[in-house]
Design a protein around this ligand. Sequence first.
Ligand code: AMP
Length: 386
Amino acid sequence: MTGAGPFLPGSTLGVVGGGQLGRMFALDARRMGYTVVVLDPDPKSPTGQIADDRIVTSYTDADAMRQLVERCDVVTYEFENVNADAVATAEGSGHVRPGSHVLRIAQHRLIEKGALVENGFPVAEFAAVDTMADMVKAFERIGTPAVLKTATSGYDGKGQIVLRSAVDMREAHTDLRRQSEALILEAFVPFDLEISVIAARGPDGEVVCFPPSENQHVNGILDVSIVPARIPVEVRDAAVKLASGIAEALDVVGLVAVEMFVTTDGQLLVNEIAPRPHNSGHYTQDACATSQFEQLIRAICSLPLGSTELLSPVVMVNLLGDIWADAGGTPDWDAALGVHGAVLHLYGKSEARIGRKMAHINVTAPDVETALARALDARERAAGRG
Ligand code: AMP
């Protein structure tokens, strides 16, 4: 660790977590001349394949976290469920960006919702649920439909149950209490669409946002991101204002992805935040002047933030392990790459399980509808159905 920055190319960056987000961070970091060290239990993780060096241990290993921070000029993380106490301790010996205070907020849905409300940001009605008695009380207030979620460790729609009537209440409570002590009941939001905005903030307080992306989910997992989002310009501006407000209010240094609902009456409600690169920001890799990964590097290294200008309409499609199964082994890349404007990003995961994020394809085109049709076509071709 040296000084407070700027940390110029040639410096060493650490990343906690070896998944695809860390991999794409490492690819951009190496392109920019940085050295990358990853902390992950798997030496051959998607990030481990790209990084210069690996600390092979669990995310809860506080000693290793401190070692990583001491060894690197700046450390960041690619997922929220890292040991926040270990990060807080390690912060004493160097730079972790975003800081552990942001991590603590993003790791716990109740703390997250509380922090958003406290700072005046709009969220759906919610209540903390511990016992069955809390559940009954929360249900009386919020009504149906509602969504019961675990407060911690939920991702990609896991750890949540939609409740259509009070009849389902007891079973849902028992089921989710097995996964987490703390639960949250949220009003089910009647939304037109879901969007997200990725804000970047530097240590000097400068904030820039990428254009909102329109996100479609299947089984709680992001399926398609469409940019520009098909929303009125006032909603677009309001979404960007909301995301930059959150980056400021939470004192984020790095990125914060803000997922929002656009309700049927045109209001924005924040669903959740993630202080890291986000799946819905992958479109930036091939359609913006600066990718979200380079932007993260710039922000945490105290460098000028890059232009977030959208250079072309773009659609990103996720490729889950299901595509490998559909294709009977390896996807038909030859056919998929025959689609005009298709760019493949493959994560280097050895096992293609159903529901596992394996790759994505970005397609740029002169208009968003063409990009969407071509991106879906590319995925169908990959699955052997083209
Ligand atoms: P989450 O893990 O909270 O991002 O939820 C995954 C997906 O479930 C979201 O992207 C929405 O499609 C849906 N969802 C979550 N919470 C709600 C809610 N309160 N109302 C309606 N849909 C929801």
